[in-house]
Write a protein of this length. Structure first.
Length: 450
């Protein structure tokens, strides 16, 4: 997730790099934000601060909508194309994620060279073309290719919104803006399956979900082109260089803290992606909750929103390490309890729901803090390093999620085993990274080197 160096959760963040000196935003009495002063290319344009945050949130929401609205339609798509293996329907999610992973290392450097707006626009156009292709797809292979193109396009707003916010704000203004944007992004999965179910109920064929995604992307694209000024300053133009990208990757993989938490984040992303890929089969096929599936999915997604709010309150008191380490230990402990019970194949729905709520609560306290810890030593190459971190974690998450999803056998056991294995791997990785010393004070630095 290039340039995804979000402010540390719950703490004001200072923009690093040249942007902090170039952001010249002037507040107007009517609440608008003057955005042309620091960039002569956008003379005469201004955008209200609330409109700016709403547009940024909608751009970020595109990636989640592209994935989660499809979940209710997976069985219908599989039937349309006579997919023999029911687990192969999960590829509709996996290919989208792999496309998103592939796009993340590209959009950041391209936007540094050519500007945020043209690269953001190009990504959304690719998303629109992918949606159209999926709508017209004559085969299952074609729809998988279309989904990969959709994901590749969705990586653009996923990456560049944070860069745009960092271009324009610093300190507490940046923290407040990103908090609002991320709150909307987290809330989208709560409602996305319900939107998909509503489209299927009102319009019938699953194809109309892709029409919805296409039209939504077109509206956001038009809004962005008409109202959002270019935020990258001419003085900040960076030539595209494979050597600089290579140096950034080497810097990440030779820094103990950055590498360790990136690898651990990849394992944790695998847990959430395996859930997303299998969730429709679990709640519909195992528990028979066809009509209630959007509600169940949304309820668990709501737990992530609660965890985000809880994280914002606790991280300033406990620190990144303590909070994320306690949450990771709690995650593994919950998995261990389930393992001790023999990984039941068909636990009662209330038991399985409680299990998932506990894991999601821990996950919501782990991932944002692991991301911050991975990026903490990378301030001087934050954009390039974030590109690599985003690519790695998304790709590993997609592949691990697909492998676990392919093991689905009509029970929850493969998912629970996958959760346990990935959680233990993440814990072992953090133990190695921290030289066996967990729960350290936040101001203790992890030594650099092997």
């Amino acid at each position: 997730m290039p340039d995804q160096t979000n402010p540390l959760p719950g703490l004001p963040a200072e923009a690093d790099g040249p942007h902090q000196f170039n952001s010249a935003i002037q507040s107007r009495p009517d609440g608008s934000v003057e955005m042309e002063q620091s960039n002569p290319k956008v003379r005469g344009k201004k955008i209200h601060s609330f409109e700016f945050m709403a547009l940024a949130a909608m751009l970020m929401a595109m990636a989640a909508l592209g994935m989660d609205t499809m979940l209710v339609a997976l069985p219908d798509i599989a039937r349309t194309f006579a997919v023999a293996n029911e687990n192969d329907r999960q590829l509709i999610v996996t290919t989208y994620l792999l496309g998103m992973a592939a796009g993340q290392p590209l959009y950041g450097p391209l936007s540094d060279r050519f500007g945020r707006k043209p690269i953001l626009s190009a990504g959304i156009v690719l998303f629109v073309l992918g949606s159209l292709w999926a709508f017209l797809a004559p085969s299952f292979g074609a729809i998988l290719a279309a989904r990969a193109l959709q994901g590749f396009g969705a990586a653009s707003p996923r990456v560049l919104v944070t860069a745009i916010v960092r271009d324009r704000f610093s300190g507490r203004d940046m923290a407040r803006t990103m908090s609002f944007v991320m709150m909307i992004f987290i809330m989208v999965p709560i409602f996305a399956p319900t939107i998909g179910a509503g489209i299927l109920h009102l319009l019938g064929p699953w194809h109309w979900i892709f029409v919805f995604l296409l039209l939504s992307a077109c509206l956001v694209l038009a809004w962005m082109i008409l109202r959002l000024p270019e935020t990258r300053h001419d003085s900040d133009k960076v030539p595209i260089s494979m050597s600089s990208l290579s140096r950034s990757i080497v810097t990440v993989i030779t820094n103990r803290q950055a590498l360790g938490y990136t690898v651990a984040m990849g394992f944790m992303m695998g847990t959430i992606m395996s859930y997303v890929g299998s969730t429709q089969q679990i709640f519909v096929d195992v528990y028979g909750l066809k009509e209630l599936f959007p509600l169940m999915f949304g309820s668990l997604a709501f737990v992530l929103a609660v965890a985000a709010l809880l994280n914002a309150r606790l991280v300033g008191k406990l620190g990144l390490r303590k909070l994320s380490h306690v949450a990771l230990i709690g995650y593994v402990a919950v998995c261990t309890l389930f393992a001790v019970s023999g990984f039941p194949e068909h636990p009662p729905l209330p038991v399985f729901s409680a299990y998932m709520v506990a894991l999601f609560l821990c996950f919501g306290l782990i991932l944002p803090n692991f991301n911050a810890l991975a990026m903490e030593p990378m301030g001087h190459i934050a954009g390039m390093a974030s590109s690599f971190v985003g690519f790695y974690t998304t790709a590993v998450g997609a592949i691990a999620g697909w492998l676990i999803g392919q093991a689905f056998n009509g029970t929850v056991r493969p998912l629970a085993i996958g959760f346990t294995v990935l959680g233990v791997m993440a814990l072992l990785t953090v133990l190695k990274t921290e030289r066996g010393l967990l729960l350290r004070e936040a101001n203790c630095k992890t030594p650099v080197g092997p």
